[in-house]
Design a protein around this ligand. Structure first.
Ligand code: XUL
Ligand code: CO
Length: 441
């Protein structure tokens, strides 16, 4: 029997507006005024905020110890296409009420997949038409699409890096359909997160051959997309471990080395996820700066980890200090290249009210907005930039400059040391800088 799901899913939630600092309304923005101009751009354009279909509309709250806690009314529909359409309706109701300009999805988030390639292609095409209509009705856009090449059991040893060529071909079939959908929907970017591209044990793994396969796979996908009119950017999303023990896209520097080695730089940039950075033993800011320095700061998957846990908890961001430091790099880098800020974050298993998804996004958007406003003030009005520049002043002229220009030999450096005696002790003033950030907060 077909059960009717409701026509609206968040009927008790009002349109979420900017109300400013005087507001006590938990269903309003206090900092995120989408039209506010900071450093020459509106907050809407700086961030290009997106919600993640998989966490917000698929994650039922089930964990290894227990069943679902999130009751999704669209799951009342018996047939997968009906269910998928109703889920899209709910997603766009959410996106519109929250004034999110963008969303992101994996192929299998929008509609259930089977093991039949042609049937899956048809299912995704059907939903693509529905999503296209929704985009036209609401004005929301696709920040990026991607294919889930990690959940199906065939991918247990990877997709592009699987030792079995037939598995690789199935991954390619999925990527082709996901690219077609992304192009059809005017998606601005396409993401490759490594999923299970890595290994559990070297005893059964030819690492060199697997990485070569990954590079060939990415070239093949990129060539297909370009032939079919995709003008956007491809992103690799680094992650050091989980689900594989060793993942090939460990962190930004590893990925940049890989992209350079296999001639993929240019078409490919990086999508940095906060909790992936911390799993790699880095800070979010380290990864942002590394990407900015290589000219590949493409997009952000915003979330946060848990200080006491060593896995990907995907919590919503709320730490003003951390995001302020991140926004300093974001602004100095001139923003993101093609991408936006996608909330790859999930509400907790015991957050079970429809409002909880709104609170989570509102808090996170306000955190980013507040942090960007503070970071801009720090850059405009404080000594932060000047202090950092002055630390390197000895390279601005004379022998220091000649060293940077590659003119000096090792003997010249030795002579300079002798001529100038022992260097002065100069403070790095870390605590002074930390206090400076807090003063502006
Ligand atoms: C997994 C993760 C993915 C990617 C898209 O940790 O972050 O959701 O963002 O495949
Ligand atoms: Co992610």
């Amino acid at each position: 029997m077909k059960v009717e799901a409701p026509k609206t899913y968040f009927q008790d939630i009002p349109d979420i507006k900017y109300e400013g600092l005087e507001s006590d309304n938990p269903l309003a923005f206090r900092w995120y005024d989408e039209n506010k101009v900071v450093a020459g751009k509106t907050l809407r354009d700086h961030f290009k905020f997106a919600c993640a279909y998989w966490h917000s509309f698929n994650d039922t709250g089930a964990d290894p110890f227990g069943e679902s806690t999130h009751q999704f009314p669209w799951n009342e529909y018996k047939f997968s296409i009906d269910r998928a359409r109703a889920k899209a309706d709910a997603a766009f109701e959410f996106i519109t009420k929250l004034h999110l300009p963008y969303y992101c999805f994996h192929d299998m988030d929008v509609v259930d997949y089977t093991s039949d390639v042609a049937d899956n292609d048809k299912r995704l095409q059907t939903l693509t038409s529905h999503l296209k209509q929704k985009q036209q009705d609401t004005g929301a856009k696709l920040l990026w699409g991607t294919a889930n090449l990690f959940s199906n059991k065939r991918y247990m040893n990877g997709a592009a890096t699987n030792p079995d060529f037939l598995v690789l071909a199935h991954g390619a079939a999925q990527v082709k359909a996901a690219l077609d959908a992304t192009i059809e929907l005017g998606g601005e970017n396409y993401v490759f997160w490594g999923g299970r591209e890595g290994y559990m044990s070297l005893l059964n793994t030819n690492m060199k051959r697997e990485k070569e396969h990954l590079a060939r796979f990415l070239h093949t996908a990129k060539d297909y997309a370009r032939r079919n009119g995709f003008k956007g950017t491809f992103f690799i999303e680094p992650k050091p471990a989980e689900p594989s023990k060793h993942q090939y896209d460990y962190d930004v520097e590893t990925v940049v080395g890989f992209l350079r080695q296999y001639d993929l730089i240019g078409d490919f940039k990086i999508n940095i996820e906060v909790n992936h950075a911390t799993l790699a033993g880095h800070t979010f800011t380290h990864e942002l700066q590394a990407a900015a320095d290589h000219g590949v700061l493409g997009s952000i998957d915003a979330n946060r980890g848990d200080y006491q846990n060593g896995w990907d908890t995907d919590q919503f961001p709320n730490n003003i200090n951390e995001i302020t430091e991140a926004m300093l790099i974001f602004l100095e880098a001139g923003g993101l290249q093609g991408g936006g800020v996608n909330f790859d974050a999930k509400i907790r298993r015991n957050s079970t009210d429809p409002q909880d998804l709104f609170y989570a996004h509102i808090g996170a958007m306000d955190t980013f907005a507040r942090a960007l406003i503070i970071a801009d003030e720090i850059l405009q009005n404080s000594e932060y930039k000047k202090f950092r520049q002055e630390r390197y002043a000895s390279f601005n002229s004379g022998k220091g400059k000649q060293f940077e220009e590659g003119i000096l030999k090792l003997e010249d450096l030795r002579q300079y040391a002798i001529d100038n005696g022992e260097p002065e002790v100069r403070s790095g003033r870390q605590e002074w800088l930390e206090n400076l950030i807090n003063r502006y907060i």
